[in-house]
Design a protein around this ligand. Structure first.
Ligand code: GAF
Length: 391
């Protein structure tokens, strides 16, 4: 983190004056350990909040003006808008995320009686797929809730973030990222059933290993349209299956039930998508059981299988993340490695024995550079708490 908390507040005062005490908040990014592209298919996910994320300083105004400033995009200066202009607009760039949350508040009857001055700073690497936008949405929701005194639960803040991303920003994401940012807990992953929103905190006890995130530094274009395509294909498969079996979501099926009914899915591409969603959900359930039994070897194997399924059936991996996973699998001391998050670039997550981490970084980093020309970045991460006030 480039700034101290005191510096964030000083910067706020420098930009927006010292007329009243501003408040400081934080919402984390996330890494998903397993359960990918299951959250909009009624399956389970297993993400954890990180200690990196998005910081926000806020102070209520008297009028309806909203002023934003990002320490990450200082060239844009102060961006001024109004509560009367909560419409998505490409030129508004990153401010579409907080504006979307404000719009959702209004839509849900949480009436914003005044504007605000807001300073943002994020330390999630840009384009890494570690949920900087979800963290910004949850952060905005939390800041608005506290500043305007609304009674809204953290889970509802996550749902508001998801709604705004779906309906204001046009990305049909599931609930995982916002839920992890809002509800994260130090040293635990969240075993979340996205059908019911029932969840359980599972301690991530890795006696001899750490979580290592590898950033491919690649982000292929049209990520959000490819993501929305996957969602549509899964929905088509579900509709076909519902003609032969009584299910609400793909998460309702076991592997055996899927195999028995899969021929009802007419399109072979949709059939592959559904296969991933069903098997990945079951893998996630087994992986959490393995982790609870301190069986890190099985946990790692399931992580590897998840990558293969995302590569071959769901097709959200890409050349670079396939190379990263394959290089990781070849390093002794790696329990498991796979692409994490929405896909089409971004990061892999690996469980690496602590005393193999240096070798992992050197051998994966060197070979990746040689094969792709890109310089990967490695983050040995800790699991942090969810969104909170820092005052
Ligand atoms: C993105 C989405 F935002 C999540 O909701 C989830 O679907 C994920 O991709 C894939 O598991 O991060």
């Amino acid at each position: 983190m480039e700034f101290t908390l005191a510096q964030l507040k000083e910067k706020f005062t420098e930009l927006f004056g010292n007329d009243g005490e501003p408040k400081l908040y934080f919402a984390p990014g996330r890494v998903n350990l397993i359960g990918e592209h299951t959250d909009y298919n009624g399956g389970h996910v297993f993400p954890c909040a990180l200690t990196i994320g998005t910081y926000g300083v806020i102070r209520k105004r008297e009028d309806r003006t909203i002023r934003f400033y990002s320490l990450n995009f200082t060239n844009n200066g102060i961006i001024t808008t109004s509560l009367d202009d909560l419409v998505p607009n490409e030129a508004a760039g990153w401010t579409n995320y907080p504006k979307g949350v404000m719009w959702t508040f209004e839509k849900r009857g949480y009436h914003l009686t005044a504007g605000a001055d807001i300073l943002i700073y994020g330390d999630i690497p840009a384009g890494s797929g570690l949920s900087s936008s979800a963290s910004l949405e949850v952060l905005t929701g939390l800041m608005l809730r506290d500043t305007f005194g609304f009674d809204i639960s953290m889970i509802d803040l996550a749902l508001i973030g998801q709604y705004s991303e779906n309906n204001f920003n046009g990305m049909n994401c599931g609930i995982m990222d916002q839920f992890a940012s809002a509800m994260g807990k130090k040293d635990c992953a969240i075993f979340l059933d996205t059908n019911t929103l029932n969840y359980e905190y599972a301690p991530v006890k890795l006696p001899d290993a750490r979580i290592v995130i590898t950033n491919s530094k690649v982000k292929h274009s049209l990520v959000s349209s490819a993501y929305n395509d996957r969602r549509r294909e899964s929905e088509t498969a579900l509709k076909d299956l519902q003609t032969v079996v009584d299910i609400k979501t793909l998460g309702d099926l076991t592997e055996a039930e899927f195999e028995a009914h899969k021929d009802a899915i007419k399109d072979p591409v949709c059939r592959k998508r559904a296969k991933h969603a069903v098997y990945e959900n079951q893998r996630t359930i087994h992986a959490v059981e393995a982790l609870k039994n301190n069986d890190i070897v099985t946990f790692g194997k399931l992580i590897n299988e998840s990558h293969v399924s995302l590569r071959d059936d769901y097709e959200t991996s890409c050349k670079e993340t396939d190379i990263l996973a394959e290089l990781a699998w070849a390093v002794p001391g790696v329990y498991g490695s796979r692409i994490t998050g929405g896909g089409f670039g971004g990061c892999t997550v690996s469980i690496v024995k602590t005393d193999s981490i240096d070798q992992f970084i050197k051998s994966v980093g060197d070979a990746y550079k040689e094969k792709t020309g890109h310089t990967a970045e490695f983050y040995v991460v800790d699991i942090g708490d969810g969104a909170r006030s820092l005052d």
